[in-house]
Write a protein that binds this ligand. Structure first.
Ligand code: PEP
Length: 253
């Protein structure tokens, strides 16, 4: 059975105090409201890792992630943070290939393949993002575009490694715009991605791969999105900064 996951992407938000308050609220609500059968992954900016980890403690169902890691193992790479360092601080997940990293920091499929390998080598679960621009959707080539992102960055992995990867389908036109993909549009793409994974790694592995939807998901639309067969959860930006909204989304399965 594949895992249901809600991953909160804080992006470049939250001061120390704000991050502590948000995490405490999420942990308390998660426990008090007995949220279950879902993994909630908090992905704060790097400096929050240690204090957020302490607040999460051993709360079942809540995990710690980050929004990036280096493609390098270690050494003279000023400003970089390696998967090895993250793992040593108890980080379990890492978002890779977010469209903002692809666009603003020019991360391409080849670099992302290296980052995925680093993450896996150090026991981190990559949440690998893919998704098309509005231009590509209008041109009708969205399916092949997104499949190619997977092929180029993930299809060199061994089946053992691929089985550990989580996919996030995030249409760029829906991220932070308030314009969510319809549940049917999400389902269509998730099913296509699952078929694509099956074509390389087999049906069983594809059926066990969690594929999350990201793009203006909120408590008002999460239930419908998560009701779709191939939608296994969400990568949540804006709504992950409000504890009530994040928990309500986690309760939307
Ligand atoms: C994201 O940043 O991954 C995201 C989905 O953002 P939002 O939910 O704000 O659209």
């Amino acid at each position: 059975m594949r895992k249901k996951i809600i991953a909160g992407n804080w992006k470049m938000n939250m001061t120390f105090d704000e991050g502590q308050k948000l995490t405490s609220e999420i942990v308390n609500m998660f426990k008090d409201e007995a949220v279950k059968d879902v993994i909630a992954v908090l992905n704060p900016p790097f400096p929050h890792i240690f204090p957020v980890k302490k607040l999460i403690g051993d709360t079942p169902g809540i995990a710690l992630g980050t929004q990036n890691c280096s493609a390098m193992e270690s050494g003279a790479f000023t400003g970089e943070v390696s998967a090895k360092i993250l793992a040593s601080f108890g980080v379990q997940y890492v978002i890779l290939g977010h469209s903002e990293r692809r666009e603003y920091f020019k991360e391409d499929n080849e670099l992302l393949a290296l980052k995925v390998k680093q993450a896996l080598a150090h026991g981190l679960t990559p949440i690998f993002c893919c998704g098309e621009s509005l231009e590509i959707r209008m041109a009708g080539t969205h399916e092949s575009n997104v499949k190619f992102q997977l092929t180029a960055s993930l299809f060199d992995l061994s089946p053992e490694d691929m089985a550990k990867v989580v996919i996030a389908y995030e249409p760029i036109w829906a991220i932070g715009t308030g314009k969510t993909a319809t549940a049917d549009q999400a389902q269509e793409m998730h099913a296509a991605l699952r078929r694509h994974i099956a074509s390389k790694f087999g049906k069983e592995l594809a059926n066990n791969t969690s594929i999350l939807y990201g793009g203006s998901a909120n408590p008002g639309n999460a239930k419908e999105l998560f009701s779709k067969e191939d939608v296994d959860g969400g990568l949540i930006g804006g709504a992950s900064l409000k504890s009530r909204d994040f928990i309500d989304i986690a309760k939307s399965f």
